[in-house]
Structures are given as C-alpha cells and as structure tokens.
Design a protein around this ligand. Sequence first.
Ligand code: ADP
Length: 395
Amino acid sequence: MSGTVLVLNSGSSSLKYQLVDPEDGSRLAVGLVDRIGEASSTIEHDADGTTTERHATVRSHQEALRTVIGLFDEVGPRLADAHVLAVGHRVVMGGQEFAGPALIDDDVLATIERLAPLAPLHNPANLAGIEVARELLPDVPHVAVFDTAFFHDLPAAAATYALDREVAQQHGIRRYGFHGTSHQYVSRTAAAFLGRDLADLRQIVLHLGNGASASAIAGGRPVDTSMGLTPLEGLVMGTRTGDIDPAVVLHLARSAGMGIDELDALLNRRSGMRGLTGHNDMREVHRLAAEGDEAARLGLDVYVHRLKKYVGAYTAVLGGLDVLAFTAGVGENDAEVRARVAAGLDVLGIRVDPERNVERGDDVRRISPEGAAVDVLVVPTDEEITIAHEAISLL
Ligand code: ADP
C-alpha cells in the first residue's frame, strides 16, 4: 500500500469519515460521530471487522475530530502508520468558482466561506470540519472536493433560471447542481461496466437517497440536473419538496404569516415523503402502503410520477437514451420504485426484467432484459472513493 486518504464529510451535527486506500478502494476504517452539540453524541468506528461504539458529549466539530483521532490511536489503524497522503473534504457548494477539486489554503477557505450564503445549511459545517482538520492534521495536504464541481460547465440553457438577468447576476442565482461526485462516479462506472466508451453514451443517473437528484449526461458531461441553486429543487426527496410552484412560498408568507425560517424548515425538513406520509424512510412507506395506508400510497405515486417526468424530459434533452442508472439508498435497494419508474416507458426503449430487478447484490448489475434498447443499471455509488481519487489527483 502506497498510502491512504482520510475522507471527511462534516454535516451540521455529524462528522462522517473513511480511511480509504485509493489504489484498491478498500476501507481501513469507516466511522461516524452523530449528534454533535447535543447532550449525548454517538461515535461509531469500524475497523478491521470490529465496531467500536461510544457515547459521550461532543460539543463541537473540533471535539469530534479529536475523539476520532483518539479512536484511530486506540483501536487502530494508527493514522501515524497509515501513510495518510491527503485529507479529502466533501464541500457542498463550490459556486461558479470551483470546476474541480482544490488544494486548501487560506484563499480557498475564504472563498468557501464567501459562498456560505448560497448553502447556509452545508458550507458552514464543511468549513468547520476543514478548519479543525487542518489544525489537528497539519502535516498533510487538505483538498476540497465540491458537490457542484461536476456541474460547473452545465450548458447555459440548463443552468439559467428565467429570472430577471440583473437580479440573477447580482446574487449568483443559477442552477448549480449537487451530488456531482456521485453522478460522475456512477456515469463512469456504468460505461466501464458496459465496456463502452463514455464519450458515446447518453445517460440518465437517478441518485435516490434521502436527498435525490437526476442528471442527464452526454459523453460524460452533464447537460442537465434536477437540483438547482440549492438541493431543494427537483425530485421528491425524503424530507424536501423538490419542484414546487414558488408562489406557494409567497402564498404561505402572505396568508399564513409564515416567516423565512419556518418556510425553510417546511420545505427542507417537513415535506417530501415525510410530509406526505409521515416517514422519510422508503421501507416504512412501503410497509404502510402494503397495509393499505392511503397517504403512503399517494406518497409513492407522487414520488414515482416525478421520476417518470424527469426520465422523459431528460431523454428529450439528450435526444435519446442509452443508459438509465439507479443509485443511492432507494435506487440501489428499492426494486418496486425501479419497476414503477420503468413501467410504461417501452416507448423510450426502457424495460426492466422483473427477475433481474429483484436480485440483490453489492455490485453493478443490469436489470434490463437482453437486447433492450436502453441498458437499465443499478450502480452502487461510492462518493468516498471518488473524493479520495480527486484529492490525490492534486498531489
Ligand atoms: P443519504 O442521502 O442520507 O446518503 P442514502 O443514499 O443512504 O441516503 O439513502 C437512505 C435512504 O435509502 C433511506 O432513507 C431509505 O429511504 C432508503 N433505503 C435504504 N434501504 C432501503 C431498502 N432496502 N428499500 C427501500 N429504501 C431503502
């Protein structure tokens, strides 16, 4: 092993980390500090087949990372012996500034901070993680890998909102797109799996996790994506509305007297599948729907309907389709959603083989029947390995 990359993903109240061998993709450790800033935080550290769980009060990201480094020392693998080549940080918003990964220095940090108003829920937490990590691991290069970078060169027709030009320019309002690391990884992996040249493929990637986004990718370059200025736009998600008439917001402000913070929480945290069914976990929604729960059934209908609309629209944008790839928690595991999205789309060449669709596995697999015009694939995403590769690409 020539070295490892420590991949860090700092959320507002969590710190996820993986120690990755970028050569063979193996994980030397995987862990999570959850509920930072609350009375009792949980720390889970998996290494060498053993899970270490702790409960403690972790007040800040700084304490969280100190605890993690302590765990590496205590139960291994020791970071000092792991030849850490770089720390790769997931950063959600890279704005117009970052078209690829960036070696972090004070200027890069200042730019990420300047972009915070565009991603108030994410960039400040990402920034806190970077600052702490640079302080505690000062001897290795730190690299920021942006969720938006893959979509940096989205065609103007797709990136531009039909909003007053001056207002848009003044406030940096455009479609930035998110989950870029995943869309990039999945589209490349799909081409490799099919033994096809990426340049020849028109692909739609459906990243369906708690957050969900669709992208249209031609020849390896994105030509449209469903998330916009923020991750709120597009598909129905675990707790977010996705597309909605913006006048709903005006209406609720005017006639229900809702303030900005309340609306923000409503649209981002109390809507989507949770708002429609009471649950953001799709397994629970299916369980209720099977019992005849009307709200759960309608929730699934709305979820699938939105996906179908995007598949149709993106096939049109691409002028045809070669690959439809499902990824992330729902995309990888939910055979019913996959089948329902594909149902009735024969007209677009999209068909799903019922037996292949229900087979489970951790590897890339084709779920369309032999000879189908569109290769429908399930591609387990791997954002951490992509972040690790992007990080060492700069060394
Ligand atoms: P995140 O966006 O948090 O990274 P993931 O990609 O891990 O999310 O997806 C988490 C979601 O995946 C869960 O909330 C749940 O809705 C869904 N999910 C996980 N396993 C299954 C399953 N077996 N069947 C259906 N949905 C699943």
